[in-house]
Design a protein. Structure first.
Length: 264
């Protein structure tokens, strides 16, 4: 099985009422908690539909952005790496996630340097390499630490650059299969996906680039029909999930879960 697209487990966290204080690049209004939870429930049900075990953690009121669990860790077949988020208000989220990872993995390591920061949203794992986008939330020291931690596990890390003004590398891309990347044109034009098959999202539908391939399904945010049709025409089974409320906090499909297969 391909470890980058097939998973036995996922971890999610229910959104907290404090989500209205969540970070955002542009204020387009506060998310509606009830609608966000309804979307979240559909997301979890879709993951479970593939046969995966989904661990749903309780909300963390002290951490408004804690629904976006992907930023707290990188889960690989050999072990998990606890991140060090670049937003100071989110540092505690990684510490909250660590014990749940230790219950599933024999090896859990941490990004620990005081000058290092790195978030899971900047990390795209493929079968051949781990691409890490330098961004406002991920710096060179964080990437260097990650490289030192995962190289002994047999992984190659390649530093790339998140487009200016874009929160995370995976805001603009996602993996559809072991050889195919969905990307915005502004990112694919950089050449960072040379050697991969690239499907560009439709113009004006850049927010559709953050999807996830989870076992046999591609989960994408609802409301981007041209990109949906393009992905479906390429042979993928697409499921649209409401994302209007997470989008107000710059969140997408990948942000809402950690996806992995722990060692047997």
């Amino acid at each position: 099985m391909s470890f980058s697209i097939h998973f036995t487990h996922a971890i999610t966290r229910r959104p907290a009422a404090s989500i209205v204080r969540g970070l955002r690049a542009v204020d387009t209004g506060n998310p509606d908690l009830a609608l966000m939870q309804a979307h979240h429930d559909t997301y979890i049900a879709t993951l479970r539909e593939t046969g995966a075990t989904v661990i749903e953690l309780p909300p963390l009121e002290d951490f408004p952005d804690s629904v976006f669990v992907e930023d707290t860790a990188l889960c690989l077949p050999q072990g998990a790496v606890v991140m060090r988020p670049g937003a100071p208000s989110r540092l505690g989220e990684a510490a909250e996630m660590a014990p749940h990872l230790r219950a599933l993995y024999g090896q859990v390591v941490e990004i620990s340097g005081a000058g290092s920061f790195i978030e899971g949203g900047d990390i795209l794992v493929t079968e051949r390499e781990i691409l890490v986008g330098r961004s406002a939330r991920t710096n060179g020291a964080g990437i260097a630490e990650l490289t030192a931690l995962v190289t002994p596990w047999g992984h190659t890390v390649r530093e790339v650059h998140t487009p200016p003004g874009v929160l995370h590398f995976k805001t603009d891309c996602s993996l559809l299969d072991v050889d195919t990347v969905l990307s915005t044109r502004r990112l694919s034009a950089s050449g960072c996906f040379t050697g991969y098959r690239v499907i560009d999202v439709a113009e004006g539908e850049e927010a559709a680039a953050n999807t996830i391939r989870f076992n046999g399904l591609v989960l994408m945010p609802a409301g981007f029909p041209r990109t949906r049709d393009t992905i479906a025409a390429a042979g993928f089974d697409v499921r649209e999930i409401g994302n209007s409320e997470c989008a107000k906090l710059d969140g997408g499909m990948s942000c809402l879960s950690l996806r992995f297969t722990p060692p047997a």
